[in-house]
Design a binder for this molecule. Structure first.
Ligand SMILES: Cc1ncc(COP(=O)(O)O)c(C=O)c1O
Length: 569
């Protein structure tokens, strides 16, 4: 007998104390990602939505290619016993705090800025290798975080005031500039604090500086009746989530100058910085980027790979108005919850004060493991074992090689996906009949080649942002475009297509954007599934879209929209 189910619990439920919840807490909404969970359960579905990544494997760092080229096999998927072994000793046998990586220190309370050996490694890597050209005196400082989500939350707490319509005049309401399609976690963090979300228009490079809805337009035409002019900007400058856009250096400079003019602080969330794809430079946007990496730079990072990347906003930050977020989530694993903030020392000092009373520090276990992996044992009396095959740490060289290897692996996946998507953009429909719902493509019909979707090859990151050309669908004009797009999204999850993509609506920071144009877009993630599946799923996406463009009967659309239990496919 199951004793758990047979006992009737007669205890009263706990009191409803929600009248004590803070305004901010009451305003917090559930993450929209949950809406996807039931679709993950469809047998055989390929997750191109990318919201629950299965992308990270513990792998040995076994490089076998030059750093300049796209290394092959750098990210190996086979793992021998020996390779898999990383050990953090109980005692490292040294009292030098910068080299002491052991359980004795890791499991104690530590300093808020980070575990000393790891903090020192990352500080040096940040200042000398990632951003050797920060233009202000003495350069930036860092503090370790529990990932970029934590880093963003702490930055927002440091730099903004909560606002409530119930108690404060609109003139006190602060605002934050965001990309018109953006990473929604950030929105869900600031919205309950009462910050006004101010979207800025984008093109395929990212946030626009000029033109209608660009940063200049938004800031110079600010209407004080809406609240204070925003003093914060949240941006994902490389491989933007969800659009995959990467800002060129000239565009960064333009945007930065505007931020100087209007005294705006830039929070640069850059988890995909190392995933910049040089092969795309030659593909379709060569002119905009060719002369740009390290333009005006005086110092090299010491690595060809890092020098080849479009530098962070920090490299033009003469004022110290950039707060940069980095994370190990995309380079080691999301579950390690580890990252760091880089900014001018005074700002870091304020964030340290929050850290002391919020998280105190990232987990000692995690910091020690990552430290051992990267730095390794300090000498022969240290029983630790680092990430290298010889038991030493990877050191900066190994870490950069690892980043270059990841870039190579994702670049190959991106090229596979984009090549297939490029080839499948067009379909044939009968000329003159496409809007009439008449069965088309009979042998004697005159056929037109129509484009079903468009996209730019991403220059970085993990995402392809596809704009559906709904106006070319045979049923366009006979049903709302939003419905058509949602029906297509559902159609793709059915057999034999079985692909789950992320609809643009979930990246729309305001309902108006979702309704006006968010539904036109889908985000495809090439990082969440293995190489072969990327290829197979991309083909199925193209086939699914093609078969949807063959639908000329409104009843089929209604039927798709009516089926809400996708588990039954
Ligand atoms: C732009 C962006 N910022 C932050 C995160 C989350 O970072 P972390 O795991 O370090 O909190 C993600 C993850 O998808 C992201 O795309």
């Amino acid at each position: 007998m199951d004793t758990h189910t047979s006992v009737i619990d007669e205890s009263p439920p706990p009191l409803d104390l929600s009248h004590h919840y803070s305004r901010t807490s009451k305003a917090r909404a559930e993450s929209r990602i949950k809406e996807f969970y039931r679709y993950f359960a469809i047998p055989g579905i390929s997750n191109l939505a990318g919201v629950l990544p299965e992308r990270f494997k513990l792998t040995p760092n076994r490089p076998n290619g030059s750093l300049g080229a796209i290394p092959r096999n750098t990210v190996s998927t086979s793992l021998s016993e020996e390779d898999a072994h990383l050990s953090v000793p109980k005692f490292s046998g040294t009292s030098d705090r910068l080299h002491e990586i052991d359980l004795k220190t890791a499991l104690q309370y530590g300093t808020a800025q980070g575990y000393p050996p790891l903090y020192t490694f990352l500080r040096q890597f940040t200042r000398e290798n990632m951003h050797p050209n920060v233009p202000y005196a003495e350069g930036p400082e860092i503090v370790l975080t529990c990932g970029s989500t934590d880093g963003f939350n702490k930055s927002v707490e440091t730099l903004s005031n909560e606002w409530s319509a119930e108690t404060q005049p609109i003139s006190e309401r602060e605002g934050i500039l965001v990309e018109e399609f953006c990473y929604m976690n950030a929105i869900q963090c600031v919205q309950p604090r009462g910050l006004q979300i101010v979207p800025v228009r984008m093109d395929d490079e990212g946030m626009k500086a000029t033109g209608h809805g660009g940063l200049r337009d938004v800031l110079s035409n600010w209407d004080e009746a809406m609240g204070k002019r925003p003093h914060l900007m949240y941006t994902v400058s490389t491989g933007q989530n969800p659009t995959g856009a990467t800002l060129s250096m000239p565009r960064r400079k333009e945007l930065y100058r505007l931020c100087q003019q209007y005294d705006v602080i830039i929070i640069e969330d850059d988890p995909y910085w190392h995933l910049q794809f040089p092969s795309v430079i030659g593909h379709d946007i060569a002119r905009r980027y060719s002369s740009e990496p390290r333009e005006g730079a005086t110092k090299s990072s010491g690595f060809e790979f890092l020098d080849s990347l479009v530098p962070s906003y920090l490299s033009i930050d003469v004022d110290g108005r950039v707060v940069r977020l980095d994370t190990f989530s995309k380079t080691i694993s999301p579950g390690c919850r580890l990252g760091w903030i880089t900014a001018q020392p005074a700002l870091i000092e304020r964030i340290l004060r929050i850290t002391e009373v919020a998280t105190q520090q990232p987990s000692g276990f995690v910091q020690a493991i990552v430290a051992e992996q990267l730095i390794g044992p300090h000498g022969s009396n240290d029983n630790g074992r680092g990430g290298g095959r010889d038991g030493k740490g990877w050191a900066v060289e190994g870490w950069v090689r690892w980043l270059a290897g990841l870039r190579g692996a994702y670049e190959r996946r991106m090229r596979r996906m984009c090549g297939i998507l490029d080839d499948g953009k067009y379909t044939l429909v009968s000329k003159g009949l496409c809007n009439k719902g008449i069965k088309t493509v009979e042998p004697w019909n005159i056929v037109d080649k129509v484009q079903m979707y468009d996209f730019a090859w991403p220059r970085g990151g993990m995402f392809v942002w596809i704009e559906m050309q709904l106006s070319t669908h045979p049923l366009h004009g006979r049903t709302e475009p939003g419905k058509l797009s949602h029906a297509l999204w559902l159609h793709l999850t059915t057999k034999p297509y079985l692909v789950l993509v992320a609809p643009g609506t979930i990246f729309s920071p305001m309902p108006e954007i979702a309704e006006e144009r968010g539904f036109v877009f889908y985000r495809l993630c090439f990082a969440a599934v293995e190489d072969e599946e990327v290829e197979a799923a991309s083909h199925r996406f193209v086939e699914g879209v093609n078969s949807f463009w063959a639908k000329e009967d409104l009843g089929e659309i209604e039927e798709l929209l009516g089926v809400d239990d996708r588990g039954r496919v």
